[in-house]
Design a protein around this ligand. Structure first.
Ligand code: FES
Length: 219
């Protein structure tokens, strides 16, 4: 569940500016839209701001993850010639934008029906006990924020969790702990199915379209 946008919260920084490299990217992004429609770039610019903050967060002590402050939204409104409120509306509507501070690894556990039927309650319990935090909390070292979300479109490999840009699927209470432990050590866990199956094919391998599976190099 996403936290409400609080433009006056004490964690809001005074200002925000894009890096030189990202200012160049912004020019490229805006040029993709027809004349007079530059405001359509609001979504990629919000994403860029969030990724810039995430990058800065990896060098901070304690670390933090990508999120979009009010100052960043105001800067985007200025760049695109939009009313600030319109940028706030977009950022607060879509769940991929974090509008309050988060940890370096944002752990989003899907608890919609297919994931729930396949054990997402146990996955959440495991995350809580391993990280020592509750839903919508961040660990003291800034490494993890735990969040509960609705269907992320990988129901076929339920239960699953999204951590930053990656999906971890076919989870058990044990395998989610292994994923979290590796991330805590700045290591990269294998993404996708944690049971070793390829995409959403059966655990025993292809049972239909076998010729195509062979051609794709999948046994
Ligand atoms: S129900 Fe969890 S990914 Fe769809």
């Amino acid at each position: 569940m996403k936290k409400p946008f609080d433009p006056y919260a004490d964690y809001q920084p005074e200002d925000f500016s894009f890096t030189k490299k990202n200012k160049k990217k912004i020019e490229q992004i805006i040029s993709l839209y027809p004349q007079g429609r530059q405001q359509s770039a609001v979504m990629p610019l919000l994403d860029l701001a969030q990724r810039q903050v995430a990058e800065e967060g990896t060098r901070a002590e304690p670390v933090y993850g990508g999120w979009i402050s009010r100052a960043a939204m105001d800067e985007i409104a200025k760049i695109l010639g939009m009313h600030k409120i319109k940028v706030y509306e977009v950022a607060s509507f879509y769940s991929m934008y974090n509008i309050s501070p988060v940890g370096k690894h944002l752990v989003q556990v899907c608890t919609t029906t297919p994931c729930w039927l396949n054990g997402s309650d146990e996955v959440i319990k495991s995350c809580k006990s391993h990280l020592g935090i509750d839903i919508n909390e961040t660990t003291k070292d800034g490494k993890f924020t735990l969040m509960e979300v609705e269907c992320l479109g990988a129901c076929v490999n339920a239960p699953m969790v999204q951590i930053n840009d990656d999906y971890y699927e076919d989870l058990t209470p044990e395998t989610i702990k292994e994923v979290l432990a590796l991330l805590c050590e700045d290591m990269k866990p294998e993404i996708g199915s944690q049971k070793g199956r390829k995409a959403s094919m059966p655990l025993t391998g292809a049972t239909s379209l076998e010729d195509q599976a062979k051609k794709a190099g999948v046994e």
